[in-house]
Design a protein around this ligand. Structure first.
Ligand code: URA
Length: 232
């Protein structure tokens, strides 16, 4: 059994507050029964109707988080605070995991879901899903750095990276776009050019962009439009 407000807000079409208004207005039904309280619980496979239209509710959850610095992108850890610790209890029972890892000190877009196939699609290098990061570095970024990124950076340990994008925004800031996700990749690529990263923030993953109105540590379900952008 699951709460009506949770099932409907998980679709991304309405916030919990909007669901409460819909329920108050008598616009939500299960079959012929009008739901009177948004906290009422119904079986998860119920067909909920809003204004008579059947809404596909599912137990797949997609949350956009603005990951703050200082938490790790794991599901649990004996010592460190994880991104899942930032979620309320109700979400913690839904087997969510972060899609890809951001370093403890990296901020920005993190998708949390329990949809394994979607995570695989977004992370597999075969699918060439671009991830874009805003980076601030020590040292001055130059045209040669853009060329080096385009040619494929060789990391200090000899690993060769695929061609990547570097768009210089100012002497010390740039957008880095990658299609792969090696360990500490952005930091290691820029370090190999002698420009150590001072600050890193992921701003997009495929067509999904970080909602800048989310403060670090905040999260929300993906909207219907964002789910479409991910092909859901
Ligand atoms: N590259 C890094 O170096 N760190 C991150 O957190 C993500 C990409």
């Amino acid at each position: 059994m699951e709460r009506v407000d949770k099932l409907l807000s998980n679709t991304g079409r309405w916030s919990r507050k909007e669901v409460r208004s819909l329920v108050k207005a008598g616009r939500v039904r299960v079959g012929d029964v009008v739901i009177r309280d948004a906290a009422d619980k119904v079986p998860e496979e119920s067909v909920l109707l809003v204004d008579g239209e059947a809404v596909r509710v599912e137990t797949k959850v997609y949350l956009m988080m603005h990951k703050p610095s200082g938490v790790i992108s794991s599901t649990e850890d004996p010592r460190e605070k994880t991104v899942l610790d930032l979620l309320p209890e109700s979400y913690r029972k839904q087997d969510l995991f972060p899609v890809g890892r951001l370093d403890k000190d990296t901020e920005g877009l993190l998708l949390l879901t329990n949809d394994g196939p979607l995570a695989h699609h977004l992370l597999s290098p075969r699918h060439h899903v671009e991830k874009t990061y805003f980076a601030e570095v020590e040292g001055t970024l130059q045209r040669e750095d853009v060329d080096a990124f385009q040619a494929g950076i060789r990391l200090r340990d000899g690993t060769l990276c695929q061609a990547a994008g570097l768009e210089i925004l100012s002497r010390h800031t740039a957008l880095v776009t990658l299609q792969e996700g090696k360990y500490h990749q952005v930091k290691r690529m820029l370090a190999s050019l002698g420009k150590p990263v001072l600050y890193l923030k992921r701003i997009s993953m495929g067509k999904l962009r970080l909602d800048e109105s989310l403060a670090p540590g905040e999260f929300r379900p993906l909207t219907q439009e964002e789910r479409v952008l991910l092909g859901l």
